[in-house]
Design a binder for this molecule. Structure first.
Ligand code: CA
Length: 234
C-alpha cells in the first residue's frame, strides 16, 4: 500500500513542484491550497504524512495542526518562510514532527519524509506490531515504557510527540551517558536528516516543559555544555 501524503500549500508553483517530486517517489499525493479544506481532505484520505505550510488562507498552519491532531496521527512537516519562525512554531508545542525553512529543495523534503517513515510512531499499527523487549524504565516519579510508548509522571500519562518520546527513550536508555546533538539527531531523526543541530535543543526544551523539568536545575534531562544532553542518574 502506498504512503499517502497531503500537501497543504497556497503557493501553487511550489505545490505543483512538491506534488511532482513526491509522486515520482511513489507516494500517493493529495493537495490543497487552503487550511480549512486541508482538514476535510485529511478526514477523507487519512494521510500518513502532512506537509503543511505555516501561512495559509482560511486557517493558518498552526490551527490546522491543532485540529488535525484531534483525529490524526500523521507525521507533520511544517513549512515556514523564515528561519526565526521555527523557534516560535516549536515553542508553541504545535506537535509538528519536523520543519523546513523556505526555500528548500524538493529532494530535501523527500529525504525528510523518508526519514520520518522509518521512525516508529506511537499508536500507529507499525509501531504496535514491532516486537519490543524493552522493560519499562522507572526514575522516581517518572516512568518510561518503550514497549507501550508511554510516559507517566506521578502516574499520569504525559502526552509526547513521536520525536519527544524517541528523544526521551534514547536518553533514558543510558542514564549518565552523554549524547552529543549529532548522535541524538542520528538516532532520533535518522541518518538522512540534513537540518541543524538546533532542532534537538528546541525539542528538548519542549520535553522538559512536559516533564515539568526546570531547565536551570533539571531532574531528568541535563545539558552538557558544548556537547549535548544526558539523562540524570537516579
Ligand atoms: Ca503560504
Amino acid at each position: 500500500m502506498s504512503v499517502r501524503v497531503l500537501v497543504v500549500e497556497d503557493e501553487e508553483n511550489l505545490l505543483t513542484l512538491l506534488r511532482k517530486y513526491l509522486e515520482r517517489e511513489g507516494f500517493e499525493v493529495h493537495e490543497t491550497l487552503d487550511g480549512r479544506e486541508a482538514l476535510e481532505v485529511a478526514r477523507r484520505v487519512d494521510p500518513d504524512v502532512v506537509v503543511l505550510d505555516w501561512m495559509l488562507p482560511g486557517l493558518d498552519g498552526m490551527e490546522v495542526l491543532r485540529e488535525l491532531r484531534r483525529f490524526s496521527e500523521a507525521y507533520v512537516i511544517m513549512l515556514t518562510a523564515r528561519a526565526d519562525e521555527v523557534d516560535r512554531i516549536v515553542g508553541l508545542s504545535t506537535g509538528a514532527d519536523d520543519y523546513l525553512v523556505k526555500p528548500f529543495s524538493p529532494g530535501e523534503l523527500v529525504a525528510r519524509v523518508r526519514a520520518m517513515l522509518r521512525r516508529p510512531r506511537g499508536g500507529a499499527s507499525s509501531a504496535r506490531d514491532r516486537v519490543e523487549e524493552d522493560a519499562p524504565l522507572s526514575f522516581g516519579e517518572l516512568t518510561v515504557d518503550p514497549a507501550r510508548r508511554e510516559v507517566r509522571l506521578l502516574g499520569e500519562e504525559v502526552s509526547l510527540t513521536a520525536l519527544e518520546f524517541e528523544l526521551l527513550a534514547a536518553l533514558a536508555s543510558r542514564p549518565g551517558f552523554v549524547f552529543s546533538r549529532s548522535r541524538l539527531l542520528e538516532r532520533v531523526w535518522g541518518e538522512n536528516y540534513f537540518g541543524s543541530d538546533h532542532v534537538v535543543d528546541v525539542h528538548v526544551a519542549n520535553l522538559r516543559k512536559k516533564l515539568k523539568d526546570d531547565p536551570s536545575d533539571p531532574r531528568y534531562v541535563q545539558t552538557v555544555r558544548g556537547v549535548g544532553y544526558r539523562f540524570r542518574r537516579p
